[in-house]
Design a protein around this ligand. Structure first.
Ligand code: SF4
Length: 178
């Protein structure tokens, strides 16, 4: 099973390394800290992300899985992530999906109308008048790589018909594994 996730784990490591590089430059201007789950919503995941997270979920203590499943049962699409614990920390931080690794950092993306936009947590960078392009994380190539990794994963595991296109984190935690 581990070999199936090799490309995904490699991509996670590359994105994490880039995020850490940016964070090392900007950390003095960031309010991000353990316990702030402001960015943590019940996002949707590709099959490769969902199944990796679901397998990691099985490594948690029983009371933690029960806690997260109870939160998942009442979660909504726009609501908080069910993996946030009572202190606002992520129960599966080491296994968090790719987009979670970018939380708080300045991201650059196409808004779907051909415009390049920048976004970041409003609590960050308040004393800065501008941000250099060198400290921005370009989401579009990252998402393209993730889509390609997911397509290869689905082909290898499911052939031509993956059982779902995307699942929310709440749906992922409740997924029955065969
Ligand atoms: S998986 Fe963890 S880091 Fe990602 S949204 Fe949920 S609580 Fe936040």
């Amino acid at each position: 099973m581990d070999a199936l996730f090799e490309n995904y784990e490699t991509l996670l490591a590359r994105v994490s390394a880039r995020c850490e590089e940016i964070e090392s430059v900007l950390s003095g201007h960031m309010a991000c800290r353990k316990g702030c789950g402001g960015c943590c919503l019940n996002i949707s995941l590709f099959p490769v992300e969902a199944l990796r997270l679901r397998l990691a979920f099985d490594t948690l203590e029983e009371d933690r899985t029960a806690f997260a499943l109870a939160q998942a049962a009442t979660s909504s699409d726009e609501g908080p992530c069910p993996l946030l614990d009572e202190t606002g920390a992520c129960l599966l931080y080491a296994h968090r999906p790719l987009i979670c690794r970018t939380h708080g950092l300045p991201i650059l993306f196409d808004d779907g109308q051909g415009n390049r936009r920048v976004d970041f947590c409003p609590e960050n960078f308040q004393a800065l008048e501008s941000l250099s392009g060198e400290v921005m994380l370009d989401l579009d190539p990252m998402n393209q790589m993730l889509a390609a990794v997911n397509a290869m994963f689905c082909k290898a595991l499911f052939g031509d018909t993956p059982p779902f296109e995307r699942l929310s984190i709440a749906e992922t935690l409740s997924l029955e594994l065969e």
